[in-house]
Every structure is written in C-alpha cells, then in structure tokens.
Design a protein around this ligand. Structure first.
Ligand SMILES: [Zn+2]
Length: 1010
C-alpha cells in the first residue's frame, strides 16, 4: 500500500479521533502547550511529517517548545528525535545530554559505571533548578523513608518527611538492543522537561526528579547502530541479525535482576538504591502500540507487597485512560505477561520497596518506517484492550517516540499529582519489610558456619550484598526451634498405604544449633523481600490458570548454589548476639606441615580456578575417600606436589580455599588433574544461552579459545590443539540440521559480522565472520568426530546433546523431547548414580539442578534400538486359569513349564540383553562401550524442588548427565543446564570436573574396557 492510498483509507477514522479537550480533576493542569511560549516551528513540522497518522501523537508531544539557550536533539541528530534513518550511538546520546546539562540549570548528568567492554553508563537528572540545588538534602530525607529504622518507624515523622520530599522517578531505555527507539525519545523527553513552561510539564519539573538512563545495554546499542549503518549502506541486502548484544548475553540481560552478574544490572541497581528512587520504569518495544505490562496477568510474584500491586494498577489504568482520551489507539494494560519471576530489571524496584514498571511500545527494530501487519490476537478487541491497535498501518520510529514520551509524561504527571501517597507507600513498604519477622515471616535465614562449600556460600552471600541485603554473623552459638512440618496425605493414598513414610514424619518440634560465625540474614531490614524471594522455594501449581509462564518458574538460590540455607521462624534468633559483615569472603589458607597439599573436593568451582592458577604444579585427584593427618578427605580430593608453599598459600587465600599440608602422600589411587586446553564452540544462530557459560568461565579465570562452528572445519588437527570442546546449548532448540547447515546460503547475500570502518563496534572481544550463514558443515562434523575418536572430550548440553546423538555420537542413547511434560525453568531434584565418576567428584547424593523441559535421554543396550517396547499392555498379573492368585496355571494334557524370570532394570540403567537379543546381534553394545550414567533425575515425587513441574513422570529417573565413550574419547551429555544466568553455581563443577579429568573420565568405572 502506498502512502497516499493509506491515508485515504484511514481518513474517516481520523475524523472521529480528533482530540477534544476533556475535563481534569480539580486543580490538575491540562495537557498541552503554553500559548505564551514560542514553538520551535521547524522541529515541530518535522515531527508532524514523520508521524504517520494524526492519532499517533498527543497534545503533549505534537509541538516542541522553543528555547534560545537550550539545544534540541537536532544539534546532535541532525534531525528530530525519531526521524527515519537516524539511530544515535550511545556516545552521541551522552553528548546531547551533556550539552543539555551545560545549557540548563535543570539538568545534571552523572556517570554510573561502565560496561563489560568499558563503555560508560550515565544517568540524567531533570528537575527544577531549586530541586537540583537541594539534591543532597532531599536524598537524606528519602534515605530515612527508605530505612524506617532510622526514624524508629515513627509514622508522624515519616509524614513530615513525605511532605518535604521530592520523589525520584527512574526511567531506563533500550536494555534490549533491537528495541531501538528509547534513546531519542528520552533525549527529547529530557529537553521537554527542562524547557517546556506549560503548566502540565512545569508541575512535573517542580514536583519530581526525573532520572533517565537513556541506554542500559550500551555495548549492544553501539552494535545495533553499526548494523543499521550497514543496512543503510546496503539497502537491497539482508542485514546481519544482531547475534551479540552485550559482551555475554542478549535478551537475557533483562533476566539478571536476581543474580546481578552483569555490569548493567549492577549499575542500575546501585543508581536506583543510591538515589532512593520510588519508581524504576524500563522501556521495551515488542507490542503494538503501548502495553503497560506491569499489571500483566497472574500469578503475581509471591514476595511483593500487595501495596505494590495496587500501585501498578493505579498508575497503569490512569495511563491507559489518559492516552485513550488523547485518541491514541492500542494503549492497554493486562495481557500475557505474568509477574512471577523477579529476574527482570524493573524488578529491582519491586523487591526494593519501589514501584516496577515496564512499557512495551512498538518498534521496527531500527529507524526505518515500515508497513506493519499485526496478528489477529494483536488487534483483537478484548476486555482489557477496548481500543486495540490497527490491523495494518504504516509505522515510524517517530510514532514509537510519540507513544513512549506521551506514556512517560502522563505517568510522571499522575505520579506527581499523587506523590504524597506514593512517598508514603514507599515508606510503608519499607516499614512492612522491616516488620516482616512479626508478620508473614520468616524471621531469618541462616547459612551455617560448618558449610563445607565455603566459597559457594560466600558467593551466595555476595549476591545478597550486591542486592543491598544486610548480612550478620553470629558471635556465639545459636539454638533455634524448627517448625513442625505437617505432611499432607498424597492424593489417592489410603490410610494404610503410607506406613513407610509415616515413620519419617516429624511431629515433635526439633531444635537446631548453629556454631558461632554462622551467617544470619535477618528479615527485620528494609530489603528483606529480595533476600526472601531469592532464598525461598517457589511453587507454581500445575492447575494454575496461567498455562504459559513468561519465564522461569523456580529459582531458589538456596538450592542452586548447593549450600545449606536454613529458613528460621523462631523469633529468638533476632536477640542472639551478632555483628554486621560488610565484606563477605571465604577464608582460605594452608594448615599443617608437609610438602603435599590436600584440598577436599566439595564441588567448589574455585578448585578449577586453582588448577589453572598453579598451572605448573602437579595435581592429582584421589579416586577414593581417605583419612590423613586426622582429617577426612572426600573422593576427588586434590593432591598437589611440586608446589611452593607460598604460592599455594597465596592462591588459597585469594580463592578462599582451605588447604591441608600433609607430611606424606596418602595411600590412595590417584590420577592427574590437568589444566585442559579448552575450545569453546558457539553457533551463528544464537549466542544467548551460551553467553552465561562464557561469563561463568571468565569470572572463574578459566582460559578457553572461543570459536564458531565454522572454525572447526578449518582446524587441521583439533585433538593436537585441544583436550576438551565445550559446546554449550544454542538455546533455541536448534536441530542438528540447523547446527550443521546454518542459515540458507542458496539465496540471499553474505551476512558479515566484522569490524569495519562502517561497523567499528560489531565484534568487540567476541567472534567475527565474513558470513554468518554457514554452520558446522559436514567437514566440521567429521573433524568434531575425529577429535573425540582421538581421545578428546566433547561436552554437550540439551540441544547440542541432541545434536551429538543425532549424528551418531552415543550408541544406545536416545534423545527425545517431551510430549506433555511441562518443566518451565524450574529447580529439579537429581541423584547420583555413579559417584565414582570424576564428573561427580565433590557432590552429595542429591543435587538440585536447573531444568527447562530438558531433553529426555533413554538407554538401550542395542545400538540404534529403543528401549524395548511390547505389543499390548504389560502382563503384570497372571492370566485367568486354575488355582489361586499366586499359583501357576496349567495346560491340560501337557507337562508344566517354568516361566523364565525376566531381569528387571531401572529407567536409568541399560536394560540387560535378553537371550533373544544376544543371538547373533552385531548391534548389542558390550558393557564397556555403553554410556556411564553419572546423574539421573529424581523419582517423580521428588522431582519438584521449585517452580512448575507438570507431568514430570516423562523425565523422572531418566539420565540427567551421561558420559558416553566414543573412540578413544568421550561425549558428555547434559539434560539439565548446569551453567545458567549466574544462578546455578552449585552445578558448575559438573562441567569443571569433566574438564579437569578429561583424560581420566573412566576412573572408577566398574565395567571399563581395561
Ligand atoms: Zn524488550
């Protein structure tokens, strides 16, 4: 449809939508320009030109006030905000914000930190000159409201502070790099807030401090602008998809608000908390035309204060109402988004006593103006979308900017009108957080001093400290009473059936003691909610009306870090003597005398760091547990020889590892633990999920060579260069075909991912290629197989495990996807099957792991076969015939025949070959060639630890980690994802053990070939 025709078709609608003045509440200023203030006519004319329909703007943004002293965004952009063809780099956005700061006493720019690639992040405060002058006084007042303990939770004192304080509304833009509109909208918004003298805007400026981070994902912003420049220079070509955003992850940068592993999360969190902001409003662009998805749909996060849910509704419904009255179609709240997971950036506010908000506006992925056709469910009129978006429309970045700015301005105005209420709520939420022990509880969490995984315990506490949670340490031993846990009868269980389980029921209250030095996380503190949300368990009912969870359903850090965390409800603990700890570190060092150093293996990732750090030392792993020097050492214990005590000591201190010096080597079977040479493989299909693996390895200082599937074919002898190839999940359920073939190359143009003059930011420190389209290829596949044949180890996870199996690397292992099961990003129970496998070193019998509908492995003792299936139902009971139930039947006139005993096997075991199967069967797999099952999923009833597990029977008891011999080497297959979002540190060592023991994975194997 050409543009003229398009306008004609919409003309009748346009007439109806002309905005009429409407009434406002008493004392409220009406939106619209101040007739006394001149308008920047040229700028305004261009805004109008780039707006594709008259109803895609509002009286708040259909003009730009003129200023003699303050520059408009045009000085940097060369055109107006939202103009077609223009996407500014982060540096250009900052340049503009700093020119605003220079020209206006109402603007202040601060640096809030840097990104992984060293780019700056900023926040821009815009408010009245008066407010800016009194920033520190105001901050001191807000700090008291934020921590009611400072005013002894005195409500009348709080009221005084509320009356005097100016609230802070924090807006964050473009965390998602392909959602490109926010920076220009925020440049113009800052200008309007600084310059516009209309009563509506003046109210906001005088009453609120608007804080703006115009670009959250700065590294990704510069990349997306590069790609856009390439696109403009090659208008007829396909342009490369944005394979990398930040250094590590793409879309998941908005799932880091729990683990706080990315710089952008740390910087926004610090800014939010330092400024004592009341709101964190994050801008996204994936839904037409403005979806305030803060309200979303259930289930709501169980740890938020209900006051917050009410605030979401208040602001959102007013937002929808105001914009609807402006005649802007497609503005709504409610919708598909559940508000369960606290991983989103905005949730930093939700669980720190503020208000989280999120907009989805409509973006084109860049600054092109395009015709957009919506799906029926997008334009359908529903109860919550009374004025839905149009099925088809020409859409521009300017339209998007109009919606973003209008939404923000109406929000800011409403927020200002009700700021006393919101400030009081801010205080009340903090006060109720402090009162948590006496309300819903718990009273505290304890991380005991006798934790064998000291480094992981410290890491968990450090996450909480990043979240601004106060940590205390017990000065003396504490004894508390544990609550009585009521066991509910299982469905369909008759009273007589459960005798076995009843024995375990604990009816009497029990006590538990914690040694001095145990860490206590008190819940009588302002940020108790985030601590509780992270450490508690989650339960998502399979019966929940919400059938499509938006993200993970379970995350219990207490489980995923693999350390002891005790939820305490006994209020007595709050009176125990304890002191605040400002900097939690695991204490390490060397004890004892001797030249052999022993480090107990408790599956702490720091052990791998140590191996690489002391790269010249000889290290071995004990294949069995042993006693030495009066202490017990686990299987997998590291023994170091040929190392200087001083080096060992300093590494131990730095890493927080406790090391014992022994006078003599223990008499235990050992094998070398080597600093394997790692190749790390990614596809050009997606780097989203593998990025978390890079982040983990980098933070552990474990070196690897990063390469794409394309590079594999070009390396003449992989085995000569590498010991281990890590192939982390692609993350999009990539098929083997997609991994091998990549994107279609039979048509289209090459998609380069390279640093050039036109695209200076594209590669950074990641990978590059002339053409993203080709995949591993069949040459690459052959190279990969030879690598393993020649003794290398290939580690695969979920979709890459499925890939390895589908190309024949794993006899007797089948991989299938679930049919009905729903394990949506949940914490599940797993169990060791073969604790003697080096992959399992340091682990206890039961391990909590992250699973997201993981691939289901099944074992068959016949290559290429599936687990034996029978025709018809199993004959579990005897057929009709003579005798009682337990008697054998007879056939009249024939000698009786014994029925041969059938050998039973468990789901995680290779079923024994039947005599029929062994007869002349070249496909029967000898035991030594079968996979070794290291870890399996728990039984169905124990599978759920946290989150949603529905129909878990499909995966229960199936192998979760397998070690498959292939030639001289091994393919290690994971169904769980052991390295994910910085949350699963308890399972990192399953990967690291594989790496360090790469040439001895058969250690302890009962049926090994030799
Ligand atoms: Zn987004």
């Amino acid at each position: 449809m050409n543009r003229n025709h398009f306008w004609k078709a919409l003309l009748p609608i346009a007439l109806f939508l002309t905005v009429a003045p409407f009434a406002w509440a008493d004392g409220e200023s009406a939106p619209g320009r101040d007739p006394k203030q001149p308008v920047d006519e040229a700028y305004t004319a261009k805004m109008k030109k780039y707006t594709t329909a008259p109803y895609f703007t509002s009286p708040l943004v259909d003009y730009l006030p003129a200023s003699k002293t303050v520059p408009t965004p045009e000085v940097v952009l060369g055109d107006v905000a939202g103009a077609p063809g223009i996407l500014p780099y982060a540096g250009e956005v900052y340049k503009y914000m700093r020119s605003l700061e220079k020209a206006s006493p109402r603007v202040k720019v601060i640096s809030i930190g840097t990104t992984e690639e060293g780019r700056e992040m900023i926040a821009v405060a815009v408010t009245s000159e008066e407010n800016l002058k009194k920033l520190e006084e105001n901050r001191a007042r807000l700090a008291k409201l934020a921590d009611p303990r400072t005013i002894y939770s005195d409500d009348s004192e709080a009221d005084k502070l509320v009356a005097q304080s100016t609230p802070v509304y924090y807006i964050t833009g473009t965390i998602h790099s392909p959602e490109t509109g926010a920076p220009t909208a925020l440049m113009e918004l800052a200008y309007r807030l600084a310059v516009d003298e209309s009563p509506y805007i003046k109210d906001i400026r005088d009453g609120v401090i608007t804080l703006i981070t115009p670009v959250v994902e700065v590294d990704g912003r510069d990349r997306v602008v590069d790609v856009y420049k390439w696109h403009l220079a090659h208008p007829k070509d396909f342009y490369p998809p944005l394979i990398y955003w930040g250094k590590y992850v793409a879309h998941d940068n908005n799932r880091d608000a729990m683990g706080v592993t990315l710089k952008l999360t740390q910087n926004v969190l610090n800014t939010y908390v330092d400024w004592k902001a009341q709101v964190l409003h994050d801008l996204h662009e994936s839904v037409p035309y403005l979806y305030d998805n803060t309200v979303g749909d259930g289930p709501y996060n169980a740890w938020i204060d209900p006051i917050l849910a009410d605030e979401w509704n208040m602001i959102a419904s007013r937002n929808v109402a105001d914009m609807t009255k402006f005649g802007m179609p497609g503005v709504f709240t409610h919708g598909d988004f559940d508000t369960w997971s606290p991983g989103y950036l905005m949730f930093l506010a939700a669980l720190h006593n503020g208000i989280s908000r999120l907009y989805e506006t409509f973006g084109n992925g860049n600054a092109d103006t395009r015709e957009r056709t919506l799906e029926p469910e997008e334009y359908a009129r529903t109860w919550f979308k009374q004025n839905p978006p149009l099925p088809k429309t020409l859409w521009s970045q300017r339209d998007n900017n109009n919606y973003e700015e209008t939404g923000l301005l109406t929000s800011l105005h409403y927020f200002n009108e009700n700021k006393r209420l919101f400030l009081k709520n801010f205080y009340l939420k903090a006060k109720r957080s402090v009162q948590k022990p006496g309300a819903e509880g718990p009273v505290a969490y304890v991380l005991p001093a006798d934790e064998p995984r000291g480094t992981l315990q410290a890491e968990l506490l450090q996450v909480l400290q990043k979240q601004k949670v106060e940590i205390s340490r017990a000065k003396s031993a504490i004894t508390i009473t544990l609550p009585v846990k009521k066991e509910k009868k299982k469905e369909g269980e008759k009273s007589g059936d459960a005798k076995e389980e009843k024995k375990d029921e604990k009816k009497e209250p029990t006590t538990r003691s914690f040694a001095a030095g145990s860490f206590v996380i008190r819940m009588d503190q302002p940020y108790s909610r985030i601590a509780d949300a992270l450490l508690d368990h989650q339960y998502w009912s399979p019966e929940d009306p919400q059938k499509t969870p938006y993200d993970d359903t379970g995350w219990s850090f207490s489980e995923l870090f693999g350390v002891q965390v005790v939820r305490v409800t006994d209020a007595k603990i709050l009176d125990a003597p304890m002191e605040k700890v400002s900097d939690v570190r695991a204490s390490g060092g060397v004890k004892g005398d001797g030249a052999i150093f022993a480090i107990n293996n408790h599956a702490e990732p720091a052990l791998a760091t140590l191996r690489y750090k002391l790269k010249d030392a000889t290290m071995e792993a004990a294949e069995e547990a042993f006693d030495a020097g009066g202490a017990k050492f686990t299987r997998g214990t590291f023994l170091i020889r040929d190392a200087k005590r001083a080096d060992v000591e300093s590494a131990a201190k730095e890493l927080g590892l406790q090391i014992a010096a022994l006078g003599a080597a223990p008499s235990v079977k050992t094998h070398p633990v080597r600093a394997a040479r790692i190749a790390y493989v990614h596809t050009w299909l997606s780097t989203q999920t593998e990025g978390w693996w890079r982040l983990a390895l980098d933070s552990l200082q474990i070196p690897y060579e990063y390469m794409s599937t394309q590079a594999i074919a070009k390396i003449p002898d992989l085995r000569a260069k590498y010991d281990v190839i890590l192939f982390p999940p692609v993350g999009i359920n990539a098929s083997a075909t997609a991994i091998i073939q990549g994107l279609p190359t039979a048509w289209g143009n090459p998609l380069p991912w390279k640093t050039t003059e036109l695209t200076p930011n594209l590669v950074g420190k990641n990978d590059s290629t002339d053409d993203m389209r080709p995949g591993l290829g069949y040459d690459g596949l052959a190279k990969l197989q030879s690598f393993v044949q020649d003794g290398g180890v290939l580690l695969t996870v979920d979709d890459t495990a499925q890939f390895a199996l589908s190309v024949g690397m794993g006899a007797g292992v089948n991989a299938a996807r679930s049919e009905k099961m729903k394990i949506v990003g949940a914490v599940v129970g797993t169990q060791l099957v073969d604790g003697a496998s080096p992959i399992a070193y340091g682990y206890d019998e039961k391990i909590s792991a992250y699973c997201d509908d993981g691939v289901i492995f099944s074992l068959s003792s016949v290559a290429g076969g599936r687990r034996r299936r029978r025709l018809g139902p199993d004959m579990k009971q005897r057929p009709t015939g003579r005798g009682t139930k337990d008697d054998p039947d007879f056939a009249v006139g024939r000698i009786g025949a014994e029925v041969p005993e059938e050998q039973e096997s468990e789901v995680w075991e290779f079923p024994p070959l039947t005599s029929e199967q062994t007869h002349n069967n070249a496909r029967a797999i000898p035991p030594a060639n079968r996979a070794r099952v290291v870890l399996r999923y728990a039984n169905a009833k124990d599978l759920l630890i946290s989150g949603l597990v529905d129909g878990g029977g499909e995966i229960a008891q199936h192998p979760a980690v397998l070690d498959v011999p292939f030639g001289q080497g091994h393919v290690v297959l994971f169904s769980i994802n052991p390295v994910y979002r910085g949350e699963t540190r308890g399972t990192y060592s399953l990967v690291l053990n594989t790496v360090l023991n790469f040439d001895n994975l058969n250690a302890g194997r009962k049926d090994a070939a030799k």
